[in-house]
Design a protein around this ligand. Structure first.
Ligand code: NAD
Length: 257
């Protein structure tokens, strides 16, 4: 899946799934802007591997880090402008940054609700709004939004997470309508359990891990790079006729629920 000459902006690209996506896009030959609130991953194993930009440069790729809070419009605008001034355009926008704030509706206070909405959903509006004219200028613009299997089901303590991920899936469909005539595809990826700093607490809790093991049908869990490879495919010309979809990458999680 050749992405030579393309420029990608990956939010939350410093760690976890975003990092897996950034690396795979760079392996395809894309220039990658890693946009994140922090450059050093929280997970020790990821930190030990180095920063995303350094990993990409070791692969002879081209990448730069841009400090960015995806919930803040001025910050998003600065990062989009930096991308375009450094690489001359923007072809692939990956809205990956996300957080989990566990709680039911009665447990979450308004501040938590506003925070998860801002980072998981409002961010997609903000980045897309500022990237739009640049994506229109691309031969084959791509928007890839990270939703979740939680977009299609209710989960315990998942009020904010399920609501925002459901919102991401339907915003993806809506954006596909607006961007289609411009030749830009818009799709959502819906991962199941992938070990990252976000899911670490669940994976490390024997009882909750058992639920993961029961519903993931394969004898292994996915890695950030698995999601990265799907993103690389969607970013490529091979996926030119795919838009408005929400694609599970979940080891069979949804099939078994
Ligand atoms: P992670 O916590 O490992 O990484 C998230 C990254 O986003 C971090 O680098 C973090 O610094 C960054 N980030 C957080 N808030 C930000 C902000 N306001 N602005 C910019 N960057 C910010 O999480 P992950 O598991 O890699 O999750 C990535 C995406 O995948 C999220 O949207 C998440 O909801 C989704 N997802 C994850 C799983 C899973 O099992 N890990 C499953 C389904 C969906």
């Amino acid at each position: 899946m050749d992405l030579t000459g393309k420029t990608a902006l990956v939010t939350g690209g410093a760690a976890g799934i975003g990092r897996g996506i950034a690396i795979e896009l760079a392996r395809g030959g894309a220039n990658v802007v890693v946009a994140d609130v922090r450059e050093n991953p929280k997970l020790e194993a990821e930190r030990n591997r180095g920063k995303t930009v350094d990993i990409i440069e070791e692969l002879s790729g081209d990448a730069l880090f841009s400090e960015c809070d995806v919930g803040k419009e001025a910050s998003v605008e600065t990062t989009v402008n930096k991308t375009v001034s450094e690489y001359g355009g923007l072809d692939i926008l990956v809205n990956n940054a996300g957080i989990s704030v566990p709680g039911s509706v009665t447990e979450l206070d308004r501040k938590d609700w506003d925070k998860i909405t801002e980072v998981n959903l409002t961010s997609v509006y903000l980045t897309t709004k500022h990237a739009a004219t640049h994506l229109y200028g691309s031969d084959a613009g791509r928007i890839i939004n990270l939703a979740s299997t939680a977009a299609f089901e209710g989960t315990p303590q998942g009020a904010g997470y399920c609501a925002t991920k459901g919102g991401v899936v339907n915003l993806t469909r809506q954006l596909a309508v607006d961007f289609g005539p411009e030749g830009t595809t818009v799709n959502a990826l819906c991962p199941g359990p992938i070990y990252t700093s976000m899911s670490q607490g669940t994976f490390d809790d024997p009882e909750r891990r058992e639920i993961y093991e029961e519903h993931v049908l394969l004898p292994y869990f996915g890695e950030p790079e698995d999601v990265g490879q799907l993103a690389r495919f969607l970013a490529s010309d091979a996926a030119r006729y795919i838009t408005g979809t929400a694609i599970p990458i979940d080891g069979g999680w949804l099939a078994s629920r």
